[in-house]
Write a protein that binds this ligand. Sequence first.
Ligand code: SAM
Ligand code: SF4
Length: 335
Amino acid sequence: MIDPFGRRISYLRVSVTDRCDLRCVYCMAEDMTFLPKAQILTLEELDRLCGAFIGLGVERIRLTGGEPLVRRDVMRLVRSLGERIGAQGKQGGGLRELTLTTNGTQLTKHAEGLYAAGVRRINVSLDSLDPGRFKALTRWGDIEKTLDGIFAAKAAGLAVKINAVAMKGVNEDEYDRLIAWCGEHGFDLTLIETMPLGEISEDRTDQYLPLSLVRRRLRETWTLEETDYATGGPARYMVVKETGRRLGFITPMTHNFCESCNRVRLTCTGTLYMCLGQEDAADLRAVLRDPSVDEEGLRAAIEAAIARKPKGHDFVIDRRHNRPAVGRHMSVTGG
Ligand code: SAM
Ligand code: SF4
């Protein structure tokens, strides 16, 4: 699949649920209303759609959410997708990698199953190592549960990358500690700029911290070396010489990463977003549930959507009204 700007689309992010057992302040409002079940694709429908994407050249799938591991029986989908790893797609290629982004709360239960299904790397979100701060940021979280999950993943043989959202005045004094902690336990770390997605109760302009500034500050303590390592995701990596671990930066606000964008996002309702930062989307659920549409028709609908992939996002915070540029929450589109 090649989009109108010559970018090959090989990476699919699938949000398997909009629900979550946490309420991170930058991601969700505390009183979120979630989608009714009838609107949500079944695990079989998600599997069929993923199969169509793989047939069209998708090589990497990342399951996300909401919290992917709170969806009932999600491991059935993980196992079924895992079985496709290494099998050839119709246009050659085939699925090379299945990964997951999780808040870690259910990992003590599922880490071994993930590894057995063929998952080899996961991202776990952890914005703070301070129990009180972690609680304040996640509203409902307990850091011990997340840490137990992270160590269960490590014990199961999964490579763990920690994701931390960088927030001004909230966790900006913790990056040195996070780098050292990740180094100690053998985890890579990625810092993410906050993105203006969805209405939340805080003021986004107060939280925004440019990572260019963070990187300058980190260089006072750490030796950051260039590397050409890339995962197919949007992070730009450096190696921290002192720990030997990678440090990634996801900078949608300060650096426009759109020119190398290779991904599209599928929500749990079967809506395909061709860009995280734009409203245009394709309703694949209607296609999927139309009995007159066969596999060929489904593939044609996906190809028609890819042909509409926009050149890039346009994240701006509407400062005057303090409104996000994109109305839907990250938990809907999937991080
Ligand atoms: N629940 C899982 C988790 O927390 O990892 C997966 C879904 S979550 C939406 C995916 C990632 O998006 C997390 O790393 C989270 O920190 C990040 N995220 C959520 N809202 C964000 C925002 N407004 N700006 C930047 N990152 C955000
Ligand atoms: Fe849930 Fe992840 Fe959003 Fe936090 S960032 S509320 S864990 S979906």
